[in-house]
Ligand binder design. Structure first.
Ligand code: DGJ
Length: 715
């Protein structure tokens, strides 16, 4: 059967796929929207590859699901066997259904005993492409699926940005040129991971924030994964991603199916900022739970770096009094409230408040917080248990683990086997009870260890455990629809679009030191909108680094995300508390223009200065953060973008230095904090002549559009 090429349209883009050999479709076009009458067959012919010398006679088809059985010599989309017998596929399309922004391609291979459904959709407003594959074992013996990609995106660019990092230093960008071979990110930690999060970008040489062709891929999955950019032997490049199956993890009985996580991809011809605009729009409209996606995020107070495990009802009530006085709107009681939890060796699993710290339970504290006008949030780590817990004393077998093996622990805790119904029911009941008892409107859902022996009933179970975690969160949300959930895994170790379908915030990192936090937020902001990236003003002395930072540096950095405070207000000097209250008030004034709107990463002439511009078009906050000593005494002015050329704007430095300082002898009008007025064109072209910054300083500039009398009359 032969099928015509088909197209998907959305977000100003068109995606065209063709099935030239009746097998899996091949991407023949992804770019700006094509004319409606474009001849797709001609397009398919135009984009067909000649067969080069030195390879197979009929070429090596790089389809959306490349098959070794059709002569593809790179990493195929599907690798499987039946009891050691290699399964060679030559899938044939049985049906193509396409309704303009969504397509399904139904494929089968009777010899291999495999049926496969490819689902693609292009988001109507953002142009983000989703791809997912479901494979069914149509044979009469068990099928072991070693690898199943959610799709293979052919790209013609070899400049690759991948993301790495570690605890307290997430989202580190690595830019490299793909030579021969592959760049592979592999994660076996059982969470999205700190070191190999499933995001990758390929772009034209030197692509930047506002220039260059770029393609981004993201696998929305909170378990193990593999993501690769591979240069094929003939020079073509594919990007592939899928869940990583441990040995024996994906064995399908006859009739059983296996579905991949969703691969999301986006592209732009105008660099990373435009890519982010698409991705942020998509996250806001298609990923985040509907009830919160549009809202402005309340100012948080989190007790972790204020108190750690040293907490009780009286001290937390006093802390709550102090937080409301500086303008906080949500008080989140972090780790330390559980029975025996004076350190991290006990407490997880039972989920009972510690009787010495909270003799009356959590309700009095929660009521106190609410009476102050704040909402109450609670830290939990439901997937875990310490050996020192009633739960594991009663049910030592309720953990993931291999029989007869001592497993290495992480933070002295075990992972509960949530794939078992009775375990999941038990954990749900505990969470439910705490929510009912405290009336908490918010959960910070933490996950603090890697899965080292992820075995359930003798079989590898990371995929099943990941699905079980999703189910547990979904169940909690269904039972408590008003409760918002934050995804945390030792900071940003579980940050992906699948967890975000059921959570509303990621805890971006445990590092609150703005020196390190700036690059973390900058890279994370490529994929995540600012209002869901938790960002806190920590203590002056950072607990993850040896640095001491000014309040302005900490607070303007936190304004780049979902603002919060995580420092001991009780020991903070009164003058600092007042200054922090002023920063919170400023943030609240600016917040309507920051949350839900654009975030542009600006190019600064000095590589050690990270500059961003956030706003809604009428009001912009520009922040230039100096994270290394500048090379020159004066750097080129910072050019802003996105203003309307003919409109007029008021410009003011929000944190002017009170006097000339070590880095400058004389101040200018802007540096003195005077308000200047200029056209958008002037500001974008001439740029902002900021104060010379020393490492650890930040300049925050407010740009406000001036309403013309005619506009005011129209409003
Ligand atoms: C790790 C988180 O990232 C921290 O914010 C804090 O909640 C601790 N866990 C508590 O144990």
């Amino acid at each position: 059967m032969s099928f015509k090429p088909f197209r998907l349209d959305g977000g100003g883009d068109s995606v065209v796929l063709a099935l030239p050999d009746g097998g899996p479709p091949r991407l023949v076009y992804w770019g700006p929207a094509l004319p409606l009458d474009e001849d797709l067959q001609v397009l398919a012919d135009l984009s067909a590859d000649p067969v080069p010398q030195g390879g197979l006679d009929d070429g090596e088809p790089l389809s959306w699901l490349p098959e070794a059985g059709r002569g593809f010599m790179g990493r195929p989309a599907l690798e499987a066997h039946r009891d050691g017998q290699l399964v060679i596929t030559q899938l044939v399309a049985r049906e193509v259904r396409c309704d303009g922004d969504c397509a399904e391609v139904d494929l089968a291979d009777a010899v291999a005993g495999i049926e496969l459904l490819l689902t693609l959709s292009l988001d109507a407003s953002s142009g983000v492409l989703s791809s997912r594959v479901r494979v069914t074992n149509a044979g009469d013996s068990a099928l072991t699926v070693d690898w199943l990609a959610a799709g293979a995106l052919p790209v013609s660019h070899d400049e690759i940005v991948s993301f790495g990092g570690r605890w307290a230093r997430e989202f580190m960008q690595h830019r490299q040129t793909l030579g021969s071979g592959a760049i592979v990110l592999e994660n076996r930690t059982g969470r999205t991971s700190h070191h190999a999060p499933p995001f990758m970008i390929a772009g034209s040489p030197g692509f930047g924030e506002s220039s260059g062709a770029v393609f981004a891929v993201h696998l929305a999955w909170s378990g193990n994964h593999r993501l690769a950019a591979e240069r094929l032997r003939d020079g073509r490049i594919q990007m592939q991603a899928g869940a990583l199956h441990l040995p024996g993890e994906a064995v399908l009985a006859p009739g059983e199916t296996l579905e991949t996580p969703i691969l999301y991809a986006a592209r732009s011809d105008a660099g990373l900022n435009d890519l982010s605009a698409r991705l942020h729009g998509f996250v806001r409209s298609a990923i985040l739970p509907r009830e919160v996606s549009a809202s402005q995020r309340p100012v948080h107070f989190n007790t972790w770096e204020a108190a750690y495990f040293a907490q009780d009802e009286a001290s937390m009530m006093a802390l709550a009094d102090a937080t409301v006085a500086i303008g906080v709107e949500r008080f989140v009681l972090d780790d330390g409230w559980l029975r025996g939890r004076n350190h991290d060796r006990a407490g997880l699993g039972d989920w009972a408040p510690d009787a010495a710290k909270y003799p009356r339970g959590l309700k009095p504290l929660a009521d106190h917080v609410r009476a102050l006008g704040m909402s109450f949030g609670l830290w939990v780590e439901p997937e875990m248990a310490n050996a020192d817990s009633d739960l594991l004393r009663a049910h030592p077998d309720w953990v993931l683990g291999a029989p007869g093996r001592e497993q290495p622990l992480g933070r002295h805790q075990y992972v509960l086997d949530l794939t078992r119904g009775e375990v999941a029911d038990h954990v749900f009941a505990l969470l439910d009870a705490r929510l009912v008892e405290s009336g908490a409107a918010y959960l910070k859902w933490d996950m603090n260890r890697d899965l080292t022996h992820p075995v359930s009933a003798g079989r590898a179970a990371v995929m099943r455990q990941t699905q079980a975690v999703y189910r547990l969160i979904d169940r909690v949300r269904a039972a408590h629809p008003g409760v918002e959930i934050e995804s945390c895994a030792s900071g940003g170790g579980r940050a992906d679009y699948e967890i975000l379908k059921r959570t509303t915030r990621i805890w971006t990192s445990d590092c609150n030191d703005p020196f390190d936090r700036q690059p973390i937020q900058r890279a994370a902001s490529i994929f995540f909108p600012p209002e869901i990236m938790g960002a806190h003003v920590g203590p002056a002395d950072s607990h993850t680094t040896a640095r001491r930072n000014s309040l302005a540096f900490r607070a303007f950095t936190a304004m780049g995300g979902h603002f919060g405070v995580e420092a001991d207000l009780m020991t903070m000097p009164e003058s600092d508390r007042r200054a922090l209250a002023e920063m919170i008030a400023l943030h609240k004034r600016l917040r309507p223009h920051l949350h839900g709107h654009a975030l542009l990463r600006l190019d600064h002439a000095d590589a050690g200065c990270l500059a961003t511009q956030q706003g809604d078009g009428d009001v912009w906050l520009v922040a230039a953060a100096q994270i290394a000593t500048p090379v020159y005494a004066l750097t080129a002015p910072l050019r802003v973008s996105g203003l309307e050329g003919s409109a007029r704007y008021r410009v003011r430095l929000l944190n002017p230095p009170e006097a000339p300082r070590a880095s400058m002898k004389k101040r200018t009008a802007l540096v003195r904090g005077e308000t200047l007025e200029a056209s958008g064109l002037a500001l974008m072209t001439a740029g902002l002549h900021l104060p010379p910054l020393r490492a650890g300083e930040i300049a925050a500039v407010l740009i406000e559009r001036i309403e013309t009398p005619a506009e005011a009359r129209r409003a």
